[in-house]
Design a binder for this molecule. Structure first.
Ligand SMILES: Nc1ncnc2c1ncn2[C@@H]1O[C@H](COP(=O)(O)OP(=O)(O)OP(=O)(O)O)[C@@H](O)[C@H]1O
Ligand SMILES: [Mg+2]
Length: 305
């Protein structure tokens, strides 16, 4: 069993007479990257604000390494690093000066630790440049460095790749994976960018209207199961019939492609059967946005209420 870093126990939040978070319960383990996804207004930021102690819970509890955020606040938040809103950095100071500024407010953070986090996020080169000159990606990394200064067990990032270009997103993704693996930090990332979360996370929790509607494991072995395949094949109706009769697979025609869900391991046999039935296979590929389709199946489109 993996070790638990953070625990949400029937967390609820009401504002006025409106319940915005309706009883969330889940665990987050050490060394994992947990994606928290849902449409705009689903309750991600609200939940994160409660997790880091920026907002009071109406009911339930959040426990960080066993310490309750309600009754043992100090011990609990000691183990949390977070970027909830854009981190406040002074543009006229260098990256190093900014980090030292925060380090001085935390008695246990040494100069060596500051150097360590700089290396960890790969900011060695520009660390003495003024932050005003940093790119968005560099600023994000500095924010992560700052959140990591006090060696937290849990790192929470609300939309960490917001506004980054693809190269910046890739970079942040790599640092996040590295952090989880090498430092055994539990990392929680909120986003509505599914394809990206899919590549970064070990597990994903889907939230809608303040409720957790699914938790799924992504990556690793699980990703190989029941992928959506798209095949260019002729004649297409005959191919659909073969899939149905020999493999009990529901195949649908989308434009000029035949689309079906199956395990990767089944594909060679399927192609062989099609050939034996005089169907010509021109190409086959795994449909992108596998998770995206599942996501829309789960939450529906245009669901902001
Ligand atoms: N202070 C508040 N008072 C009343 N309602 C609020 C308050 N803060 C948030 N809400 C409502 O709570 C719901 C959840 O908002 P939240 O910001 O947590 O969503 P989110 O999942 O972070 O969305 P986004 O993807 O847009 O960032 C929304 O319906 C929002 O209108
Ligand atoms: Mg939000």
């Amino acid at each position: 069993m993996p070790e638990t870093a953070m625990e949400l126990i029937d967390v609820k939040k009401s504002v006025g007479n409106k319940e915005i978070i309706k009883g969330l319960s889940f665990y987050i383990y050490k060394g994992e990257v947990f994606g928290f996804i849902g449409p705009n207004g689903a309750g991600k930021t609200t939940t994160i604000r409660m997790m880091v102690g920026l907002m009071k819970l109406s009911a339930g509890d959040v426990r960080i390494l066993g310490n309750s955020i309600s009754t043992n606040y100090k011990e609990a938040v000691k183990e949390v690093g977070a970027i909830v809103e854009n981190p406040e950095m002074y543009p006229f100071m260098s990256g190093w000066q900014n980090l030292m500024h925060y380090a001085r407010m935390m008695p246990e953070v040494t100069k060596e630790r500051v150097q360590e986090v700089v290396t960890l996020v790969g900011l060695e080169k520009p660390i003495n440049d003024k932050v005003g000159k940093y790119s968005l990606g560099m600023r994000q990394r500095l924010g992560i460095a700052q959140a990591l200064l006090h060696n937290p067990s849990v790192l929470i990032l609300d939309e960490p790749t917001n506004g980054l270009d693809p190269a910046g997103i890739r970079e942040i993704r790599q640092y996040i994976r590295k952090l989880a693996k090498e430092e055994q930090v539990a990392i929680i990332i909120s986003s509505h960018l599914l394809s990206e979360i899919e590549q970064m996370c070990d597990r994903i929790g889907v939230i809608k209207n303040g409720e957790l509607i699914s938790i799924q494991t992504v990556g690793g072995d699980a990703a190989d199961h029941n992928l959506i395949h798209q095949m260019e094949v002729e004649p297409i109706d005959k191919a659909a019939q073969v899939l149905q009769e020999q493999y009990q697979l529901e195949a649908v025609r989308i434009d000029e492609f035949l689309s079906f869900r199956s395990q990767k391991e089944q594909v060679p046999a399927i192609i062989k059967s099609l050939m034996e039935n005089d169907c010509a296979v021109y190409q086959i590929h795994v449909a992108k946005g596998n998770l995206e389709d599942q996501f829309f199946e789960l939450i529906g489109e245009n669901t902001i209420e």
